[in-house]
Design a protein around this ligand. Structure first.
Ligand SMILES: Nc1ncnc2c1ncn2[C@@H]1O[C@H](COP(=O)(O)OP(=O)(O)OP(=O)(O)O)[C@@H](O)[C@H]1O
Ligand code: SF4
Ligand SMILES: [Mg+2]
Length: 378
């Protein structure tokens, strides 16, 4: 830990809006109804360090269950991090409580994947939009609030008549526009958009992505966009972070990541994205990953990707966890052999899927379901 970290300050430059340092969110797995013993942990986020610069869009990608949503929620303190830090400007969010935390939340809003379940069906659009303004004392007078709501509806491309309607009267894409307008009512600096288009028809996805881009320019917003779809992230992001089993394995500008992915996992993810040009499509390298994503309750030792990595080596891979290191300016990777893989000095080999046992938790043990898996601060 650096002196600055131990003093609870950060060394980031002024254009950094968010700085996350070694953030961990571990969920205890409880067993037994009466004794409620902790029998293990889900290492949902396990040591993530990244920065989001003011005005940029940072895209976070990775397979289902790798911890993307938990990282977003940990940043906004919607779940208590187990350890590590997250700063917003120069404020260590872990130090905020009560009113100060509530005030800070105005500046960091979340847009959710499923607009239908995140909008109360019994509330009209007007009441959904006014709620946040009221909570943050931005609802000064009837006229100014109405003016503001109409401006926002216009900005997200909905007619003024929408105010009197209810969520079920809108299409999926329109509902997501309401969700975005709701986030904007409190004039945030940062929007964490968690899979903002994955519940929408493909034809509508591009419209909502374009809307997010327009709003970013209009309101000077900073985005952390979470998606499992690389195409979505590529289009919208300035920089991209790739997550695997609770950790970042690669980070670069969107262009650099797509032009020359360094981590075997990123290479595999990108090799699965179809290319429109048939000649390029036929010639391109495809890397099929063997086996399923291991459980985050029992992550593999060493490099978490070693059970599926076609470049895995005898040394280091299954014993030492690679650090996310700067490979070249602005491009970080967590692989011991990134240089050798890039230079072609080591070649991919076949991977046999390994069965990962759940250590200490036998399949017939009665585990308490997610509802009672409490989120704790260790
Ligand atoms: N409240 C919770 N209690 C216990 N485990 C949880 C909780 N929330 C998430 N998890 C577990 O943490 C891991 C990471 O989940 P998370 O939702 O962050 O992944 P994700 O990358 O967002 O996945 P998806 O793409 O499916 O949304 C998963 O194994 C999940 O089951
Ligand atoms: S450290 Fe080893 S197992 Fe991990 S990605 Fe690199 S080569 Fe593969
Ligand atoms: Mg998620």
């Amino acid at each position: 830990m650096t002196t600055a970290e131990s003093a609870g300050t950060q060394e980031s430059t002024v254009d950094t809006l968010v700085s996350i340092q070694d953030l961990k969110v571990h969920f205890p797995i409880k067993r037994g109804v009466v004794l409620d013993r902790t029998v293990g942990y889900v290492y949902a986020v396990d040591g993530v360090t990244l920065e989001v610069k003011r005005g940029e869009t940072y895209g976070l990608v990775g397979e289902s269950g790798c911890g993307k949503t938990t990282l977003g929620r940990g940043l906004l303190r919607l779940v208590e991090p187990t350890s590590g830090h997250a700063w917003f400007e120069d404020v260590d969010l872990a130090t905020l409580k009560g009113e100060r935390l509530r005030k800070m939340r105005r500046r960091m809003q979340m847009v959710f994947q499923d607009p239908l379940s995140s909008l109360d069906p019994r509330q009209s659009v007007e009441s959904i939009l006014v709620e946040g303004m009221r909570a943050h004392d931005l609802d000064k007078s009837k006229e100014s609030t109405r003016r503001r709501l109409l401006e926002l509806l216009d900005a997200v491309g909905l007619p003024s008549t929408s105010l009197r309607k209810y969520p079920h009267e809108f299409s999926g894409g329109q509902r997501q526009r309401i969700g975005i307008a709701r986030a904007l009512t409190v004039e945030p600096d940062l929007i964490v958009a968690d899979e903002p288009v994955s519940a929408l028809d493909v034809s509508v996805q591009a419209q909502v992505i374009n809307l997010l881009e327009d709003l970013q320019n209009e309101f000077g917003l900073t985005y952390l966009v979470i998606a499992h779809d690389l195409a979505v992230v590529r289009h919208i992001s300035d920089r991209v972070g790739v997550m695997y089993l609770g950790g970042l394995v690669e980070e670069a500008t969107s262009d650099a990541l797509y032009a020359e992915p360094l981590h075997p996992y990123t290479r595999a993810l990108l090799s699965a994205v179809p290319v429109p040009d048939p000649e390029v499509e036929d010639a391109r390298e495809r890397i099929l990953l063997a086996g399923d994503l291991p459980s985050p309750a029992n992550p593999p030792t060493g490099c978490r990707f070693h059970t599926r990595c076609p470049w895995k080596q005898e040394e280091l891979c299954d014993t030492d966890r690679p650090e996310l290191r700067e490979f070249r300016p602005g491009h970080r990777v967590a692989c011991h052999y990134a240089e050798d893989i890039l230079a072609g000095r080591i070649q991919p080999h076949e991977v046999r899927a390994e069965l990962v046992e759940e250590h200490g938790i036998s399949p017939d043990m009665p585990l308490v379901g997610p509802a009672s898996v409490t989120e704790v601060l260790e």
